[in-house]
Design a protein around this ligand. Sequence first.
Ligand SMILES: [Cu+2]
Length: 154
Amino acid sequence: MKNKASIFFLAIAGIFLLASSQAGAEPTQTVAEITVYKDKSCGCCGGWIDHLRAEGFRVIAKDHTNMPEIKANFGVSRNLQSCHTAVVNGYVVEGHVPAADIKRLLREKPDVLGLSSPGMPQKSPGMQPEGLPPKDYDVLSFDHKGKVELFQRY
Ligand SMILES: [Cu+2]
């Protein structure tokens, strides 16, 4: 009887293992899940979301009517602000930051609040056709004390 029970248990455990390995197959191809807050009339925000998806991010886009409030809540000071505000693995990403920099952020895990590309850089993902290299602007890191540093120069 005891043997039968353990065989039954092993079979159940096997089914769960199989199910979880199949469920885990998709996230290995996904870089990370990122939530993007934006105004619904923002076109370049959609362009940036397309860029993130092309680069392997799973994007949850949320339209919000009060973006200044979102930015204030996430600690994005006025001088760092752009259009959309995103959150990925606890980090804040403000504006047209290239996916490559977000991947580096997630890899290096610096002690910062997040990254920002202030304003609307013309040669940035979402602002120019997808696939063109980012050019002529900076990606900054910032922390909760207001310290801002250069993260990447394009
Ligand atoms: Cu924009």
